[in-house]
Design a protein around this ligand. Structure first.
Ligand SMILES: CC(C)(COP(=O)([O-])OP(=O)([O-])OC[C@H]1O[C@@H](n2cnc3c(N)ncnc32)[C@H](O)[C@@H]1OP(=O)([O-])[O-])[C@@H](O)C(=O)NCCC(=O)NCCSC(=O)C[C@@](C)(O)CC(=O)[O-]
Length: 304
């Protein structure tokens, strides 16, 4: 038996079923999504973002949110957070049995308008009743800030701006704030500067890194964030994903790559890399695409 007592525990929030699939051109059947979630749980993931209660006109791929949540078999010790943009989304999520949700804001005005059709300030006002209703229903709320390094429409985003939005989400009761490099342009230097600004306003223990891999820097950004004390990372199996309202954004950092990195740094994620790699190969096959993780490809080649 291995001794994990001295290892740093790191929580991985698997966002593949939501962030990974929201941008898929082909329709992904609910049964496939349910099987993906089950396989991810079998691989040891304990936080699996299952879907988004957003407008089906805006994101058709998530239109089966209520059906999926009703049919999702719950497992002890596994959380299935869902995205909600407003009170309507929260009410529908709770009705479908969700016990954890996430609200999402941005550090860039242009992205906020494109993604949720309102300004950053309006979105924060919109979240107040969501927070109050969630509190009353004992539903945990996570917060996201998008465009923490740059915006696809406005360019570079000042770290102070990210800190302001993150601090507002934290102050309104989000138990954790996930920092999204939505278009994956961050480098360890820009991510570090952003994190230092945010950590002066929100305890680092309540921050998560959510890095896309468009420019190939996401694993380096996870390592830089880990060095600064971040112990929660969002990732997507096989690197699936991208935001439909962020031009040019590619997938999240692959969960397999994050797990390999963190285990190499001596951290404990609770994830079985072999089973995760099998899941990555399975979902990539179903979607008819190459596996998007270098670690998964290397491990499969080594075992062939
Ligand atoms: C926020 C809205 C709804 C505003 O959209 P709107 O058009 O301004 O809203 P509205 O209130 O005028 O409603 C328009 C229609 O949508 C319906 N509606 C309204 N709300 C809901 C709801 N919750 N669920 C279902 N339906 C809803 C509403 O009932 C109405 O239906 P109609 O009367 O026309 O038939 C829309 O812009 C939206 O749904 N946006 C979501 C976009 C999205 O999901 N983006 C991807 C997730 S964010 C992301 O990926 C980034 C992240 C988190 O991963 C971090 C990172 O990487 O940066």
């Amino acid at each position: 038996m291995s001794d994990n007592s001295s290892k740093q525990a790191v929580r991985i929030v698997e966002v593949g079923p939501r962030d990974g699939l929201q941008n898929e051109k082909q329709s992904v059947p609910t049964d496939v999504k349910l099987e993906l979630i089950a396989r991810l749980a079998d691989a040891g993931l304990r936080d699996i973002e299952a879907t988004a209660f957003v407008s089906p006109k805006w994101v058709p791929q998530m239109a089966d949110h209520a059906d999926l949540m009703r049919r999702l078999p719950r497992r002890a010790g596994v959380g299935y957070p869902v995205l909600v943009p407003n009170l309507k989304g929260l009410e529908a999520a709770i009705e479908s049995g969700a016990s954890e949700v996430a609200v999402f804001a941005a550090a860039s005005e242009a992205f906020s308008q494109k993604n949720i059709n309102c300004s950053v300030a309006e979105s924060l006002v919109r979240f107040e009743p969501v927070m109050a209703a969630a509190r009353a229903a004992h539903v945990k709320v996570r917060g996201y800030v998008s465009c923490v390094v740059a915006c696809p429409y406005e360019g570079p985003v000042a770290p102070q701006r990210v800190a302001d939005v993150a601090a507002r989400l934290h102050a309104m009761g989000c138990y954790e704030v996930s920092l999204g490099d939505t278009i994956g342009v961050g480098t360890p230097a820009t991510v570090r500067a952003m994190l230092q600004a945010v950590a002066s306003r929100v305890p680092v223990s309540q921050l998560a890194g959510h890095y896309h891999d468009t420019w190939g820097m996401a694993v380096a950004n996870v390592a830089a964030s880990y060095d600064l004390g971040v112990r929660v990372f969002d990732a997507s199996v096989s690197g699936l994903g991208g935001c439909p309202y962020a031009k040019g954004a590619s997938g999240n950092v692959a969960t397999e790559d994050v797990v390999y990195l963190l285990h190499g740094l001596g951290a404990d994620t609770g994830v079985d890399l072999g089973r995760l790699v099998d899941t990555s190969a399975w979902i990539s096959g179903v979607l008819g695409r190459e596996v998007g993780s270098k670690v998964a490809r290397a491990l499969r080649a080594a075992c062939a």
